[in-house]
Write a protein that binds this ligand. Structure first.
Ligand code: MGD
Ligand code: MGD
Ligand code: SF4
Ligand code: MO
Length: 660
């Protein structure tokens, strides 16, 4: 029995340092390290990752290439060899290209829970060079990421660890206790030491219960709130004129636009009290230093881009920068110390990428079913489970069920998407190959060496895509996918762990600065672009259904092993008005689709709000669907982002005695 050190690569901001126990070539246990490469792990990890042995060695693990032998979706497959599998894959691509061109071949690559090489090594480059369609990563963080780029440009995020110096902490659209587990205790410790805490979330999350001020906004109205606060900062003399003169563009125009959002008007639209808006502005304008944690809650609706931009404007107006404990953070992603472009240069040089058909992940269903933007003959899903996680689930399932679509899924486990595939290929986990782990919640880049042998015949993302690419004419030597080579290219001889910015050295506008000024007004296509509020009423469907993360599911990974409860949470008033109590069966409909679920009356919700968890699998959902059947596929106002939380439904009791 041996113990080894590695790191967690799940789509989670924490990137824990792990100690794993291996017996007979199998990973049998894992835990956090107290003084490991990433100190914020602090000796503990989340409960779901403790289920990793089941994920790696359990019955759903795919261990060999599988070709469909029964009807689509029947789950009947036969094992085949890798050569046969890759030959078949390449032959289907050749047929598709001959019939409808490269744009009919769609690689749907995500792998947000893979290591750095698995995520952005050679695989995306292979499909780019071949000229296949280009899938834009829009399902998560595209909107808020674009809002950051437009506002702050190249400025790195603040360091969450610097919260230890904050006197005011604002958590906006994030649920750290669940989806950023190691941040919760840091905030709690600071709060106990006297710092003030403000939370903006339509639900009374665990952190909101401890906040000095909780603004339970209506989903999709954050931009209105943030602009109203900006106007109050101006009215009450809390603008930081020195900071603005030196660093901020567009302030007058921006503040003029904010005047429309008087506290009274904003309170009405956001569904909160005027006094609470005033109090937010007073606290943010006077307590220093303040750190703003912006999550993803405010981005997942039609106004997500405007909302994120308006929230990001607040520290620039109040000048909450320049001292430890001040600033704003969302995703820590910058490439400091890890040169992904070097991989590209070494393999394809500086040749311009070919023009490719763009694919928006959020429109997958329409693309497959209605040929939106052109026909699709071959779909290659790598590191994603769109049958469970995409919007408009029923349409996605219809598309994946098309007899004339050849679907290849490369994954660790037999997901809902893999079940609908024609060819299923086994993927390695982070524990089986030498990898590198970065994160979007800390500045540490860590070593993640192989700690167990490969399970079955699993292959890496790069090995699979290069395997197909070589059959289609790419040069095997030029495209050598060995992790050692890619690592050398991206890291040089840098020794890991590596901290991208020094400890106590990431203070925004003291240690790090953007290339240009902070922009409160964007100039897109020659037009001044200010944040806007677009109302979204669906009178027959008065309940807003949001689908937050749960402590049990990191997206849909682990959802098959320890699923979250799929119950529909309803506000007590909404439940009572419909004659529903906890444990009752309810019908939920958006007018197009109807499912049934068990009700849980939940006083942490604001009126008009319901929740179901994200990351559920179809089998644990409702009649073959999850909450994603109600998630719309219209796009956010920035970056073509997802609008999961624009789902609108009506709920009614299921009368058990009805016969028909
Ligand atoms: N355990 C676990 N951890 C995860 C994940 C997971 O699935 N499970 N997923 C990972 C991924 S992929 C991501 S993107 C992050 C997401 O991390 P978070 O952003 O923290 O998680 P969410 O649950 O998407 O949303 C956060 C909060 O936003 C609130 N919210 C919903 N709509 C609105 C709104 O319109 N305005 C405001 N202000 N708040 C709103 C929700 O009630 C929720 O409490 O977490 C990562 N970490
Ligand atoms: N209703 C609703 N739906 C949502 C959201 C929401 O808020 N509400 N949130 C959205 C968000 S934020 C996100 S990030 C998406 C996530 O949605 P997905 O991208 O579908 O992410 P996962 O569900 O984690 O699925 C990733 C798959 O990759 C596999 N995998 C892991 N590592 C590797 C690897 O190295 N190689 C390969 N080939 N496979 C690997 C895992 O086994 C898993 O099946 O879900 C979105 N869906
Ligand atoms: S999912 Fe997040 S909290 Fe859990 S072990 Fe991985 S990095 Fe740590
Ligand atoms: Mo995400």
């Amino acid at each position: 029995m041996g113990k080894q050190i590695t790191a967690c690569s799940l789509d989670c901001p924490d990137s824990c340092s792990l100690e794993v126990t291996v017996e007979d070539g199998k990973l049998i246990a894992l835990d956090g390290i107290a003084d490991g490469p990433n100190p914020s792990t602090n000796g503990w990890i989340c409960a779901k990752v403790k289920n990793t042995p089941q994920l790696l060695h359990g019955p759903d693990r795919i261990t060999a290439p599988l070709r469909r032998s029964g009807a689509k979706g029947s789950g009947e497959f036969v094992e085949i060899g890798w050569d046969e599998a890759l030959d078949l894959f390449a032959a289907k691509v050749i047929d598709a290209v001959a019939a409808h061109g490269w744009e009919s071949v769609v690689p749907y690559l995500y792998s947000s829970s893979a290591g750095k090489l698995g995520r952005a090594g050679l695989s995306p480059l292979v499909w780019e060079q071949l000229g296949a369609a280009r899938t834009d990563i829009t399902i998560c963080a595209a909107t808020v990421g674009e809002a950051w780029d437009r506002t702050y440009g190249s400025l790195p995020s603040a360091d969450p660890q610097d919260l230890q110096y904050s006197e005011l902490i604002v958590v906006w659209g994030a649920n750290p206790n669940v989806s950023h587990p190691h941040l919760g205790p840091v905030i709690e410790e600071r709060r106990r030491a006297g710092a003030k805490l403000i939370v903006v979330d339509p639900r009374r999350t665990p952190i909101a219960t401890r906040a000095d001020l909780h603004l339970a906004v209506r989903p999709g109205t954050d931009g209105v709130l943030a602009m109203a606060i900006a106007a109050l900062l101006q009215r009450d003399g809390h603008l930081d004129k020195d900071f603005i003169d030196r660093w901020v563009d567009g302030v007058d125009e921006y503040l003029a636009a904010c005047q429309q959002w008087t506290p009274a008007r904003a309170a009405e639209i956001c569904g909160i009290d005027v006094a609470d808006i005033e109090l937010f502005a007073e606290m943010y304008g006077t307590i220093r230093p303040a750190m703003l944690r912006v999550g993803w809650g405010q981005e997942r609706n039609r106004n997500g881009g405007s909302a994120s931009r308006a929230v990001f404007a607040l520290p620039a107006l109040a000048g909450q920068f320049g001292t430890p404990g001040s600033g704003v953070f969302n995703s820590i992603s910058g490439g400091i110390g890890y040169d992904g472009a070097a991989i590209r240069n070494a393999v394809v040089g500086d040749a311009a990428p070919p023009v490719r058909r763009p694919i928006n992940m959020n429109r997958l269903g329409r693309i497959l079913v209605a040929d939106e933007g052109g026909r699709v003959d071959v779909l290659f899903v790598q590191g994603s489970n769109p049958a469970a996680t995409c919007p408009e689930q029923a349409i996605v399932l219809e598309g994946l069920s098309r007899e004339d679509l050849f679907t290849v899924v490369h994954d660790l486990t037999m997901t809902d998407t893999a079940r609908l595939a024609d060819l299923v290929l086994p993927a390695t986990s982070i524990y089986e190959v030498d990898e590198i782990v970065g994160s979007y919640g800390s500045f540490v880049i860590q070593e993640a060496p192989a700690v167990i042998p490969r399970v079955g015949e699993s292959r890496t993302n790069d090995e699979v895509s290069v395997g197909v690419g070589v059959r289609l004419g790419l040069d095997a030597q030029q495209w050598d996918p060995s992790p050692q080579r890619l690592r050398r290219l991206a890291l040089g001889d840098r020794v890991l762990p590596f901290r991208q910015l020094p400890e106590h050295g990431a203070v925004q506008f003291r240690d790090v600065e953007p290339d240009g000024k902070v922009q409160l007004v964007c100039h897109a296509d020659g037009v001044d672009d200010l944040p806007e509020y677009r109302p979204f009423e669906a009178p027959d469907f008065p309940i807003t259904l949001i689908t937050p993360a749960t402590s049990r599911t990191t997206s849909s990974m682990f959802g098959n092993i320890a699923p979250a409860s799929a119950d529909l949470h309803l506000h007590p008033g909404d439940a009572a008005a419909r004659g529903l109590s906890t444990g009752d069966r309810a019908q939920i409909t958006n007018g197009r689709y109807t499912i049934e679920a068990i009700v849980a009356v939940d006083a942490t919700l604001r009126p008009g709000l319901a929740t179901m968890p994200k990351g559920m699998w179809r089998g644990d959902g409702h009649q073959g669907f999850t909450a994603n059947v109600f998630a719309p596929d219209h796009l956010a106002d920035l970056a073509g982002g997802a609008t999961f939380n624009d789902a609108r439904v009506e709920v009614s009791p299921v009368l058990s005695s009805v016969s028909g």
